[in-house]
Design a protein around this ligand. Sequence first.
Ligand code: ATP
Ligand code: MG
Length: 434
Amino acid sequence: MDGMRTHYASDITPEMDGDTVTVAGWIHETRDLGGICFIVLRDREGFMQITMVKKKTDSALFEKGKRLNRESVILVTGAVAGAKQAPRGYEIIPQSLDVLSESDSPLPMDITGKVGADIDTRLDSRFIDLRRRRMLAIFTVRHHVLKAVRSFLESEGFIEINTPKVVATATEGGTALFPITYFNKEAFLNQSPQLYKQLMMAAGLDRVYEIGAIFRAEEHDTLRHLNEATSIDIEASFMDQLDVMDILERMVHAAYAHVSESCAQQLNDLGVELTIPELPFRRVTYDDALEIALGCGHEIEWGDDFGTAAERAIGNAIGEHYFLVDWPTEIKPYYTQPYDDRPPYSKSFDLMHPRMELASGSQRVHLHDLLRQRIEACGLNPDGFDFYLKAFGYGMPPHAGWGIGAERLVMTMIEIENIRDVVLFPRDRKRLSP
Ligand code: ATP
Ligand code: MG
């Protein structure tokens, strides 16, 4: 291994008995039994026991090791010795111990899991909170989800793009945007890459994806909304909504399968038994979902969006991932294609987990005049969309796409209740730091 150390905790085995290794990490705890002192050293890959015996260990080293505060960072060189009672079946008998960074005491929060901390305390000291095995497991799974997503989309011929986050106009009217000062002009943080990924269809990139930040200025106070979230977006030419639904469900399946295969340790740390959802996902029309919601006593009229409670009732009735399809045109954005033969309905879908919405998508309007009409019908001023509409005048292929929230995909997969737990530094109505 490169760097200061030779091995991670997980690289060492009891069979290496007698080998000299250099390990590094945080002092998880020390147990001083008088004549013998144990240091449990923690690195990203696990725990190691450093054993110092008063009679055998150099006395200066013994005294130094004993006195160290928890969470100090040390570098230890020593000999591996098989030890059945130690974590991973080995201990390290130190020859040298360097203190690289001493920790203050007391710690801002407990990380051993013995004392619970509320979410605000944890987020205030997020760097320490993230040292907990549970947190490490969450972000390792998140990494693997995004890795599986990239690899799946690439295998389907998608290329990764990066679109601007500072923009001059809203993607959709109605949604609150964060205004910013851009030199002497007003600008906004983008709420979605929608318009730009559609421009890439006019550019001939054919199949694109982006994993990037989206900003929503809504004053949410829920366990599934953030003001800055990560969206996985695709757009594909010469495809309709059914084609991109097929890609979406196979991508979700691939993410579950990859995590199931690569994250056994993390799933164990989280106490999660992962069930890979079966394909194809059920398709439920808006009209049928409305019946279910009405049957459960929710008062909704045709054309309304389902509120949180109705969404949960429908989710409970179905009990697995499903697509909610054929939404009323009037409640979907202007770029959503209405059915030719029944224009009140649109070629749109949401991907639902029983707990919440995961994704929205549709076939898009690709004809210039219809798009202009739809923008006006949604009460928006087409002049603000010049740069976008222009791309529909010089050869725009039919296309479709979707956006799925990365946090929601991860939190539903590994049964995390609060979305704040699956982002490193969540941004919500009250929190802008750290
Ligand atoms: P919701 O109705 O749940 O607020 P939405 O319909 O407004 O979501 P879309 O604009 O359809 O969201 O965005 C596509 C996906 O991006 C959503 O299905 C969701 O997974 C994710 N997403 C959108 N807004 C947020 C947010 N504020 N926080 C976290 N994820 C979000
Ligand atoms: Mg949506």
